[in-house]
Write a protein that binds this ligand. Structure first.
Ligand SMILES: C[S@@+](CC[C@H](N)C(=O)[O-])C[C@H]1O[C@@H](n2cnc3c(N)ncnc32)[C@H](O)[C@@H]1O
Length: 244
């Protein structure tokens, strides 16, 4: 059992270091961008073992629909118990993004901490499930932002991040068309040399990033020949635009 901070709350969690579904390095940064959860109906996309779900409920959210592509319900429910949260406040769906969420469910707040590394379109790199964000890194984030629009109540808010190691201009374009964007925080992150092993060699990974940088899709500092690579991640609040 690990104690973690979610904004001003302390959460106890089992499974924090589980591969792919545990709590990622970016989780605390996403959490720090979130506010105004009191009494809200929340959707947690990619809930994993429940860091955001439990953090949201302890911060006053009325209820959470928690979804994950992996069947994390058992460990999520255990973590709810440990934090003295009633099981009936959370509904879990094993779902690829919104695929299994009933159309008539609507939310005040959506939290999405999704994988977004740009990786070559090789079967091997797709095995990096906790990191794979598509060829230019935007597959999940852009789809999630687009579909979330239709699940948000009027005045609804979406919290997530946009990494400059992805085709971030594309994501900002899509986001701008649907949301008023509020940049909460920018963090410089580092990729280490063994991060994509054993599914991708350092050379394959660097060549891919260099190619995308050459096409002005992604941005990072460093020569692209050696690690570490440094890049920016923007933690944002997306306010649903009014449609009349
Ligand atoms: C970085 S972890 C975040 C876990 C937790 N929400 C947190 O912030 O600590 C990403 C989670 O997204 C899930 N995930 C990845 N792709 C997904 C998809 N297409 N649909 C739903 N969940 C997905 C993974 O299984 C994993 O649990």
């Amino acid at each position: 059992m690990t104690k973690l901070v979610f904004r001003d709350k302390i959460i106890k969690l089992d499974g924090v270091s589980l591969k792919n579904i545990g709590v990622s390095r970016s989780s605390k940064n996403v959490a720090s961008a979130i506010s105004g959860l009191n009494g809200k109906a929340v959707l947690d996309i990619g809930c994993g073992v429940g860091y955001m779900t439990i953090g949201a409920l302890l911060s006053g959210a009325k209820s959470v629909v928690a979804i994950d592509i992996c069947d994390t319900e058992k460990i999520l429910r255990k973590n709810l118990r440990v934090n003295n949260i009633g099981q009936n406040r959370v509904v879990f769906y094993k779902s690829y993004l919104f695929e299994r969420i009933p159309d008539d469910l609507k939310f005040d707040v959506i939290i999405a901490n999704l994988p977004q590394h740009a990786l070559p379109a090789k079967l091997e790199s797709k095995k990096l499930e906790g990191k794979y964000g598509g060829y230019d890194g935007t597959d999940l984030v852009c789809r999630s932002l687009s579909e979330a629009f239709f699940y948000l109540n009027s005045g609804g808010r979406y919290f997530g991040s946009i990494s400059e190691l992805t085709n971030h201009r594309r994501t900002f374009l899509i986001a701008d068309s649907l949301y008023d964007l509020k940049l909460k925080k920018t963090v410089v992150k580092k990729i280490k040399n063994d991060e994509m092993m054993p599914f991708l060699t350092e050379r394959e990974f660097l060549d891919h990033l260099k190619k995308l940088k050459g096409a002005k899709m992604i941005d990072f500092s460093g020569d692209g020949v050696n690690f570490p690579i440094e890049y920016k991640v923007h933690y944002c609040q997306f306010n649903k635009k009014c449609v009349d």
